[in-house]
Write a protein that binds this ligand. Structure first.
Ligand SMILES: *Cc1c(COP(=O)(O)O)cnc(C)c1O
Length: 368
């Protein structure tokens, strides 16, 4: 990865927490961290105003934000976020995976939500800062990581509808255990026929909280039907597969891998992009194109579709056994995970954890 650092990264002031958790308390959490339930002792914050630009970069104790009740984000959802992981390798060093892609996507999301763009080098520096402050929180061992959550909110006190002239950027961190604690298990997913995730010209390609808020009701419907995730079709024709609420989707057809094209209504996942590269490296033909629900049903019936999986940073790669709707189901709920799915998953996690050669230069060191 080549990064041209245009300006000196901001100097972060550092205010250590006066009440960090004890080693015993921290170890108890790290033994069974779950996902997104526990947070480290520190956070990063950088302020932005229209007049002063980005300023006051700092590491401070983790804690509640003081916000005016009229802050724009609380009313008009002017908010974006990112998600990536810090991995501790066997030699103790700490790395993250393709953070330049997250940094640039964060800029694209900011543009779409009329928020200020954070320079790539400041985004990267903020990750190193949180890792330096909370190094003791980075777990070791198979598929344990420290999940990093950068986010930005509009915090101008104003109820008028226009882009806020005050914003704030934060990074919080949360230890994460293996997503599948009992081994990778294929899931059933629910096809939402009533609701859409994104429309033409909407915010589908931006990583913003509003998209997630809109996916919660369909997600509830999925759960009520025994499914762990919801799958959305394109809003316009209702025929093409878009993606899940928070993961991209792939179809394995022999030596071909098909995934919906990034047409503006799906989120361009870093995992998606990496899977495409790894698949091409091993000689699979990858097609980014429209994929209809009809092609899915026919492919399962004819046996042409051999595997289906979803991917994203949190769960890496999740095999999909079955897709269900109000009056149909393709695939068997108890189908085992596919070979291509599992070997891509293994290869990707081996690179992330430093167990396989990083031939594309995807790893970025955070602790030096
Ligand atoms: C974050 C996200 C993904 C996955 O992106 P990764 O960069 O692979 O983690 C997919 N879809 C949606 C809607 C997302 O928000």
């Amino acid at each position: 990865m080549t990064l041209t650092v245009a300006a000196a990264a901001p100097a972060f002031s550092r205010l250590p927490s006066s009440s960090p958790l004890s080693a015993e308390e921290r170890d108890a959490i790290l033994a069974e961290p779950g996902f997104g339930r526990h947070f480290t002792d520190h956070m990063v914050a950088i302020d932005w105003t229209e007049d002063a630009g980005w300023h006051d970069a700092r590491v401070q104790p983790y804690g509640p934000l003081q916000m005016d009740p009229a802050s724009a984000v609380l009313h008009y959802a002017q908010e974006i976020f990112e998600g990536l992981k810090a991995y501790r390798h066997a030699d103790g060093s700490v790395w993250t995976f393709r953070p330049d892609m997250n940094a640039r996507r964060f800029q694209r999301s900011a543009r779409r939500l009329a928020l200020p763009e954070l320079p790539v080098e400041d985004f990267l520096a903020s990750l190193s800062e949180i890792v330096a402050a909370d190094a003791a929180w980075i777990p070791t061992g198979g598929e344990h990581s420290l999940y990093l959550r950068p986010f930005m909110i509009a915090n101008e006190t104003f109820l008028g509808v226009r882009p806020a002239c005050r914003a704030a950027y934060f990074v919080i961190a949360s230890p994460a255990g293996p997503y599948f604690s009992g081994g990778v298990t294929p899931v059933s997913i629910w096809l939402s026929t009533e609701f859409s995730r994104a429309g033409r010209g909407g915010t589908g390609a931006a990583k913003c909280g509003g998209n997630y808020a809109a996916s919660l009701l369909p997600q509830e419907e999925a759960a009520a039907n025994g499914c762990s995730q919801v799958l959305f079709l394109d809003a316009e024709s209702g025929r093409h597969v878009d993606e899940l609420g928070g993961m991209n989707v792939f179809f394995v057809m022999g030596d071909r891998l098909v995934t919906p094209a990034t047409s503006g209504s799906i989120l361009e996942g870093v995992t998606r992009d990496s899977v495409i590269q790894l698949a091409r490296d091993r000689g699979l033909v990858v097609q980014e194109r429209d994929f209809t629900l009809d092609e899915w049903r026919d492919g399962v019936e004819s046996g042409r579709i051999t595997e289906v999986f979803a991917c994203g940073t949190a769960a890496v790669i999740t095999p999909i056994a079955q897709v269900k709707g109000p009056d149909f189901a393709f695939g068997e709920a108890d189908a085992p995970a596919g070979e291509v799915t599992m070997s891509l998953r293994q290869e990707l996690t081996d690179i992330q954890y430093g167990r396989a050669e990083d031939r594309h230069g995807w790893l970025y060191r955070l602790d030096s």
